[in-house]
Write a protein of this length. Structure first.
Length: 175
């Protein structure tokens, strides 16, 4: 299951978060992967990078992108490909995890940006990344990133007794 929200506290291995669906207690263990996001410059996007692009589905082959996460290499647990954004089903939003094949600077209807050709097993897609798009690099972090007020996304498993255990946590870049 996926949760989005803010850290309210961390005591030992128990994380308390205020999520979009209310307060949640989430257990951490030695297998919980904690990642952090660091802002990077728009110009740092280059061919060969592995990225996760969140975009809106539109007619044609260009998808306007509104969030781009760059990785040093494909992280474990991240699939390749293109499909509906799992955290927002039915929204028309997509997630593409792929390698950047080409980067082209463009101006489309008064929007300055870059068109990225993203290739994944079984296909490719072009995403239009406006210059004001949030671009971050994901890095491995640790529990010191889980400070009160930090925005995060949690992937967790629910036990039969209802308890949540995080498999991965991403601490979002500050705005």
């Amino acid at each position: 299951m996926s949760l989005n929200g803010k850290v309210t506290s961390l005591k030992g291995q128990e994380l308390m978060a205020e999520t979009t669906s209310g307060p949640a207690a989430v257990k951490l263990n030695d297998k919980t992967v904690i990642r952090g996001e660091l802002p990077i410059k728009f110009s740092d996007i280059t061919p060969g990078m592995y990225v996760g692009a969140t975009a809106a589905k539109r007619a044609g082959r260009n998808f306007p992108c509104f969030a781009l996460a760059c990785f040093q290499r494909r992280p474990a647990g991240y699939g390749r490909g293109h499909g509906p954004l799992s955290s927002a089903p039915g929204s028309g939003l997509t997630m593409t995890n792929a390698n950047v094949e080409t980067v082209e600077d463009v101006a489309v209807q008064d929007v300055q940006g870059r068109v990225l050709l993203l290739k994944y097993k079984g296909g490719e897609i072009k995403v239009l990344v406006p210059a004001d798009t949030v671009v971050v690099k994901r890095v491995i972090g640790d529990s010191t990133w889980l400070k009160s007020g930090a925005e995060l996304s949690i992937t967790a498993n629910r036990a039969d007794d209802g308890a949540l255990t995080a498999t991965q946590i991403t601490v979002r870049a500050g705005k």
